[in-house]
Design a protein around this ligand. Sequence first.
Ligand code: UDP
Length: 422
Amino acid sequence: MISSKKQRIALISVHGDPAVEIGKEEAGGQNVYVRQVGEALAKRGLEVDMFTRKANKQDATVVEHSPNCRTIRLTAGPEEFIPRDNLYGYLPAFVEEFLKFQSSNGVEYPVVHTNYWLSSWVGMELKKVQPIKQVHTYHSLGAVKYKSIATIPMIATTRLAVEKTVLETADRIVATSPQEKKHMRELVSAKGNIDIIPCGTDIRRFGSVSKQEARHQLGIDSDTKVVLYVGRFDPRKGIETAVRAVGQSQLRGDAKFKLIIGGGSRAGQSDGKERERIEGIVSELGLSDLTVFPGRLGPNDLPTYYAAADVCVVPSHYEPFGLVAIEAMACGTPVVASDVGGLQFTVVPEETGLLCPPKNPAAFAGAIDRILANPDWGMQMGQAARKRVEMKFSWDGVAAQLSDLYTQLVQVPAQEVGPVSA
Ligand code: UDP
């Protein structure tokens, strides 16, 4: 329940600008999460300010998204793109700018919801000087990520320490899946209050186009088998696995077959290297004729692409949640995903899709073929997938749970509040 006086909330996302175009460079799930949560909270009557670092001189300092919901870009370091692993040194400037913004605008935020470890540090610093309640969402855990990459960055020790401190001291940690909570407990700390509140998706937009209409719009015949990937071009997203799986598919030779790899920036951007590598594998496997790279898909394209597909693949090496899976499911498309992290929560094997060991093209090929060879079963799973998203993963439902949490935190002294679902 929200009290009659408008509750003010700051969402802090230092490196994930909620107002930018999604799907290119480092912009992905976190940007979507912050923006959608912000707008859904505003619709519920909260005053929402989303703070991010200004990463481009041309960007506006304030962007109004809807009544009561805006993005505020603070200058902390050069106004240019800086990879997230190099941002730590600019955080004190971010804190200073945040405090300046508060005092010059005469606003206070009883609750600050921080996103990713960089922002968690900002929240912890603010807590030292203001009576705020901090809620934190990790989006990615260093302790998990560093297990799966070969070169550990210089910042790792700092990140791991910050992630432990915030778990132990934040007023509430929001895990987006039971799997993420388990990882926090096993790999970060046994202390701290954790609630599970999932990520969400727009169930009106995703699911608004029928398969037939989508195929018509994209010029794809009804008898073509369509496998879709959507996401950033980052080696950890496992696009290579999807491509090699299609290379091994038994059905590829004798049917009309299309692999669509959506996402990514134009050439010359930082994710271009991975795109070139993937294009190289596509041509090496002789898949160039059946593969298309439509580039970044905008909010209006996405529902059409998901609906047109017979299968959406999410082959990530690791995924704390994985928005793409629930977006595809909301469009009635079954998902073949890596058996990791949040994907184990969203995808129910044999009911809404299939799970495969990550980095295993043969397993992905088998799963994709099972669905493509049984279109009726695929459709049935797609319908069950849509139902699951309606029940569990709508932004409105997620925002309701978050705003209840914020209200609970501001109304009761911190030490008396126990976790809702820990
Ligand atoms: N996305 C998009 N256009 C694209 C590619 C991706 O809007 O061309 C969006 C996608 O719809 C999803 C988000 O980017 O909402 C990716 O989130 P996810 O959690 O799947 O992965 P992350 O990028 O956080 O690793």
